[in-house]
Design a protein around this ligand. Sequence first.
Ligand SMILES: NC(=O)C1=CN([C@@H]2O[C@H](COP(=O)(O)OP(=O)(O)OC[C@H]3O[C@@H](n4cnc5c(N)ncnc54)[C@H](OP(=O)(O)O)[C@@H]3O)[C@@H](O)[C@H]2O)[C@@H](O)CC1
Ligand SMILES: [K+]
Length: 476
Amino acid sequence: MIYDTQEARQIDEWARTSGLPLEVLMERAGSHIATRIKERHRKTERILILCGTGNNGGDGYVIGRELIRDGFDVTLHAPFGENRSDTSIVHVHYAEAFGLVTEQPCGQYDVILDALYGTGFDPKRMNQVFEAQCEFVSEQKRQGARIYAVDVPSGVPTDHATEFKETAIRADVTFQLHAMKRSAFLIRTAPFYGELETIDIGLPTFGEWRVSPKGVTALFKREPYGHKGTYGTALLIGGSETMPGSIQLATRAALRTGVGKLQVATTALAKHGIIAQAPEAMVIDQTLPAIQEMIPSVSAVGIGPGLSQEAVETWVDYLLESDLPVVLDAAALVKESYPERTAPIIVTPHIGEFARMTNQSVESIQDDLFGQATDYAILHQVTVVLKSHVILIAKPDGGGFVVSGASSGLAKGGSGDTLFGILTSLLAQHPTGDIERKLAQGAEWYARASKQVERRLHPSSLLATDVIEELGRLEL
Ligand SMILES: NC(=O)C1=CN([C@@H]2O[C@H](COP(=O)(O)OP(=O)(O)OC[C@H]3O[C@@H](n4cnc5c(N)ncnc54)[C@H](OP(=O)(O)O)[C@@H]3O)[C@@H](O)[C@H]2O)[C@@H](O)CC1
Ligand SMILES: [K+]
């Protein structure tokens, strides 16, 4: 699960009104984190816990108490003054009963636990005491201290990085409580998290955004008595005389993703390439009459890669009049609004294209990936597959899936065409139902295949064609 601040508050409130006091959640959070520290550090190591005035600081008191109870060498420092949260206060008093008192830090520490700010941090307010703490921690880190953040690295906003001023604790490990936070996926804030470890504090899972479902195996399923008609027919429209490569990549990716039949509407030069490299596909002329003739016999259509057609918007309008799932990519991302229809519309922009579609800067999209993708999906009632260092699949009714962990080698031409081919192929096979889940599984398949290629090729050398060939070799 991936939560924003509002959802985190809602779930706390749900737990409280359902009978579980916040003090108990704090106890679970703190004692589980203390266990992880005990597992990896010795009692002779010097541990500093930095506690803020809210519930994140309260977690710090529980951790300190559990460590001191077991004979660890703990200093607890509260640079912003006494804790002011009602929930924490019971834990502050109980920790004091074990001899845990606040002290000034002194000398070099082996371990620092950052419990200054959590999800309650307000990035609009900055204070010099906090800035001094960030400098102190980074100096300790330079001298060899290992830095653990509780829930969120202090100073990192939870939901978006729009107001983030880059003054924050840079953790080696973040113990995220219950679920991930959106900012753990954003380019400017993710590096502050370090490694992510989730701490189960006994809450149920609900929320709008999820990490990609791991059911990739379901996509490989073949029926023993199936025939090519069982697995749908996809129509890909793309390629031009100057850009014949992208549609060839999309074609090969679609074929390797299990579609029963594949039709490709492309220009003369790209046709030659497809006939040579992907003889399993059928090619048709890239003209509107040829496409119109094909539409009744396909189950999904994708348009855009390498396309250079003045009439592209008319073609897109025509496709959107059909009752087929339609994937719009690259040159076909031309619509400012979309018609009401039952079958899904999937737009697959990279960040630059999405910035153009939403009239915003690339930076403002990067800083608020979740919010921007969700707003567009809800406003236009389309599914957004937003391609960045992670892939977001935003649903028209809110929420969605995030796919991460792909190879850095995918940051190259041809990757988007490959994903486009995979997704259109999957839609042709599964045109109805929970399509976002299928799309997320497809994107997960693609990400994992790219990572698997890294075993034999350096990311700099990895090509889209390598990923396509790897799709069928995925170790599950
Ligand atoms: N369900 C869960 O997941 C559970 C979550 N739990 C924990 O609760 C944490 C959230 O706690 P929280 O809401 O008390 O906020 P937190 O981050 O401690 O902030 C504290 C205070 O700092 C202040 N402040 C903020 N920004 C500031 C600024 N720029 N400059 C100066 N001051 C600033 C502001 O206080 P103010 O100054 O307004 O009085 C704010 O109230 C969460 O991350 C997790 O660790 C667990 O304990 C239990 C289960
Ligand atoms: K923190």
